[in-house]
Design a protein. Structure first.
Length: 98
């Protein structure tokens, strides 16, 4: 005799709802020499400075707050907020000019 679970599972259908195409490329060869180290150093410094403003905050909450604090819209990259938060990234980059 077939049990209830097996009978229920037999009725399932598989459908792809949100197929995802991922395109990737190693871009290091296309970047200026030392860029990845400069960017990494900048990010670590900015994160530590940000974390010092919120001592004792849960690390997961701090991480969420840090990423929410950043400008994420292309329309806002040339704003005063972007320049104030990360001038080295949005305005004063030695590698890329927006």
């Amino acid at each position: 005799a077939e049990d209830d679970v097996s009978r229920a599972l037999r009725g399932f259908q598989h459908r792809s709802l949100f197929p995802t195409l991922v395109i990737h490329k190693n871009v290091l060869a296309d970047l200026p020499p030392g860029f990845e180290q400069r960017l990494s150093d900048l990010c670590v410094r900015k994160y530590r400075d940000f974390a010092n403003r919120f001592p004792g905050m849960d690390p997961n909450d701090l991480n969420d707050k840090f990423f929410s604090h950043q400008v994420t819209s292309v329309d806002h990259l040339q704003t005063e907020k972007a320049f104030k938060v990360w001038p080295e990234l949005y305005r004063d980059s030695h590698d890329f000019r927006l």
